[in-house]
Ligand binder design. Structure first.
Ligand code: PLP
Length: 392
């Protein structure tokens, strides 16, 4: 089968295109410079310079110190490592707090800890996907080991008030982990101002390759490594360093940081045009998530009495890529756990589509989506068993 490359790609919260500059930066480490950074010889040793540079580039984007950056294999590993460390270093504390709308990288780990006998408080959200800060404060107890909360939701783009969350959590002396996988590169994050203990990011969401992530670990936070073995990453994450991907992630962070404000404005304008165009052209649809505090690239929109999966298949005919629910849960016909936690009614939740843009999208692409969507929704409603739900 011929590769399909000429697509309108609006699925950047699932994964993003590797930036050409990133590919270029990585190439020498795949070809001529393939040494092991831990080797005694000069040939391998020169790779440790590239690792340091990558670490500095990541730290700069977050306004962190380079030694606070630990490279991991992905965002999931960074999330799991934070939970592991917080619980291992405070064995007497058996209570954890998180939310019902986390990514499965956190949700599944929370359930795992429940199975181990921990008590987990699952904070709910309102109809716009917002948490209640008073509820968070009331949930904190003397035996709370960790509060774990996402910076921005992968499905709706809703941005949590992490600054206020951090103030509350730290005023109780509790550790805070933030899953910022969807936020890094899209939001301006300054870790000198945010008293977070652990933060997770993932390369493939910000135009670096899949298979590289970072656990930010604040200086002074006690730590127990999740992967045990060699002394890489100052003994905090064993395993031979993935030098090409570290170089790539560093470059991706540099690119993201260089243009973050301009890109946010440009991408948000495209997203807003898409939202406005769809709402104007299609009856019985509504936007999901907090429209005031939302990632600039994300639009989650529900079309009443339509199956989201059917919509995606129709869009696919036009080579338009989007998602329904999160990438990890699509494939199941259950409405997403995020929309369920928000109380989105069944006949809307089933017809939700997530469009997630990037710096590579153009106005022409957005206009094309606005052009084809009304016909697709009309067709699907004609054949829908849920059509009787529609208010005439
Ligand atoms: N956290 C969030 C919010 C995500 O959106 C994702 C991926 O979609 C992850 C964690 C997991 O990241 P990775 O795919 O790098 O394991």
């Amino acid at each position: 089968m011929a590769a399909l490359t000429d697509v309108i790609y609006l699925d950047n919260n699932a994964t993003s295109k590797v930036a050409p500059e990133v590919v270029e930066a990585m190439m020498p480490a795949f070809t001529a410079l393939y040494g092991n950074a831990s080797s005694m010889h000069t040939f391998g040793g020169q790779m440790s310079h590239d690792i340091s540079r990558g670490r500095e580039q990541v730290a700069q984007l977050l306004n962190a110190h380079p030694e606070e950056i630990i490279f991991t294999s992905c965002g999931t590993e960074a999330d799991n490592s934070a939970w592991y460390s917080a619980t291992e270093t405070q064995p007497e504390k058996r209570h954890l707090i998180t939310t019902k709308v986390e990514h499965s990288a956190v949700l599944a780990y929370g359930h795992y800890f429940e199975d181990k006998g921990y008590e987990v408080t699952w904070l709910g959200v309102d109809s716009q996907g917002r948490i209640d800060l008073d509820e968070l404060e009331r949930a904190i107890r003397p035996d709370t080991a960790l509060v774990s909360m996402m910076y921005a939701n992968n499905e709706t783009g809703t941005v949590f008030p992490i600054e206020k969350v951090a103030q509350i959590v730290k005023s109780h002396g509790v550790q805070l982990h933030v899953d910022a996988v969807q936020a890094v590169g899209k939001e301006v994050i300054d870790l000198q101002k945010l008293p977070i203990d652990y933060l997770a990011l993932s390369g493939h969401k910000l135009h670096a390759p899949k298979g590289i992530g970072v656990l930010y670990l604040r200086r002074g936070t006690r730590f127990r490594p999740y992967l045990k073995g060699g002394h890489q990453e100052r003994g905090r994450r064993a395993g031979t360093e993935n030098v090409p991907y570290i170089i790539g992630l560093g470059k991706a962070c540099e690119l993201a940081g260089a243009n973050i404000e301009d890109e946010r404005t440009r991408v948000a304008a495209l997203r807003d045009r898409l939202q406005q165009g769809l709402l104007a052209a299609i009856p019985n649809c509504k936007v999901n998530g907090d429209q005031e505090h939302r990632l600039p690239n994300t639009l989650n929109i529900s079309f009443e009495a339509v199956e989201g999966e059917a919509l995606l298949l129709q869009l696919d005919q036009y080579h338009i890529c989007a998602s329904s629910g999160s990438a990890c849960t699509s494939g199941s016909l259950e409405p997403s756990h995020v929309l369920r936690a928000m109380g989105v009614p069944f006949n809307f939740a089933h017809g939700s589509v997530r469009f997630s843009l990037s710096r590579y999208n153009t106005r022409e692409e957005i206009e094309r989506v606005i052009e084809v969507m009304p016909g697709i929704v009309r067709y699907l409603r004609e054949i829908s068993p849920f059509a009787s739900f529609l208010k005439k």
